[in-house]
Design a protein around this ligand. Structure first.
Ligand SMILES: [Zn+2]
Length: 305
């Protein structure tokens, strides 16, 4: 058996690595954890048409199309300048535009206060490709620029926008392209500064569009268009998905995780360790009583403990 920590081959009968002492994982246990992990990922990520980060649709009040924006002002915003909404959309009707922007701002504030989520983004670029079921095709934002929108001026009618974090690639887009079409792309490769020598952040979205278009060339009908939109988007669960994808070895070594995944050896280990006043005991009862949902929820909360 190969040690997941140091890579050394060990005899099948050993429970701990002869070299580094790490717990060894049988192929059966690993396979059980892979199955469980994939089921958890599928539960966490919604690839249906309800997901706005995959199947975007303009809303009457919840989103603001920026196709008519001044591209220089948008560039300035992406480079960190604070810009007014009226300079970003110089040709738009000021009253209706600020009313709509205020609705979006209220939703963003509510998400932050009630759910602790920062959801206000300007999305740059859309990727689209035909759906396998023949229905509405994917319309997936490419770049997510986290922004803050603040009221300015005496009457608080003027609104300003500024960037409050780094540009990100929509993780749902990357996940879906990998799952559906086997396309593997990292956000780093897409966002890397052109001919980069240092850590200069990328500021030209068109470079990202060109890279994505090139990578997606093998997908029939794949197209990237440059439209930008302001709205609220939530994708915080993707952080958990990434953890599940990146940490298979740790998951397989973890007795509680392997027990939830159904590995008999790990269940036995937990049962024998959990007698008496062990704080883990309630978890065993849950496992034994088969309430997997409850155990999974507890697991999310207890992290790697
Ligand atoms: Zn080892």
């Amino acid at each position: 058996m190969r040690c997941p920590s140091c890579g050394v081959e060990n005899q099948e009968s050993l429970k701990l690595c002869g070299k580094c002492g790490s717990q060894l994982v049988t192929p059966a246990r690993r396979a059980a954890v892979v199955r469980a992990r994939d089921a958890w990922i599928a539960k966490l990520i919604d690839l249906s048409r309800r997901n706005k980060l995959l199947f975007f649709r303009d809303l009457k009040t919840g989103t603001m199309d920026l196709s008519q924006c001044d591209p220089k002002v948008l560039d300035g915003l992406l480079q960190g300048e604070s810009v007014t909404l009226s300079s970003l959309l110089p040709h738009a009707d000021e009253v209706s535009t600020s009313a709509r922007a205020n609705e979006i701002r209220k939703t963003a504030l509510a998400n932050l206060e009630e759910r602790g989520l920062a959801t206000l983004f300007i999305t740059c670029g859309f990727a689209t490709w035909p759906a396998k079921d023949g229905g509405r095709p994917a319309e997936s934002p490419v770049i997510l620029a986290p922004v803050a929108m603040e009221k300015r001026g005496r009457e608080g009618r003027g609104l300003t926008l500024r960037l409050v974090g780094e540009l990100q690639i929509n993780p749902v887009l990357l996940f879906s392209l990998e799952r559906e079409h086997g396309l593997r792309m990292t956000p780093e490769a897409l966002l890397e500064a052109k001919g980069a020598a240092g850590d200069e952040p990328l500021i030209d979205p068109t470079v990202v569009y060109a890279r994505l278009q090139k990578n997606g060339a093998g997908v029939n009908g794949f197209r990237v268009s440059p439209r930008s939109v302001l709205g609220n988007f939530a994708y915080q669960k993707m952080a958990m998905v990434k953890d599940l994808q990146d940490n298979l070895d740790q998951l397989a070594m973890h007795d509680l995780v392997a027990a939830i995944a159904g590995d008999p050896g790990a269940r036995g280990t937990l049962r024998s360790a959990g007698s008496g006043e062990s704080p883990r005991e309630p978890l065993h009862r849950l496992i034994d009583s088969g309430t997997k949902e409850a155990v999974e929820q507890r697991m999310w909360r207890c992290g790697d403990g």
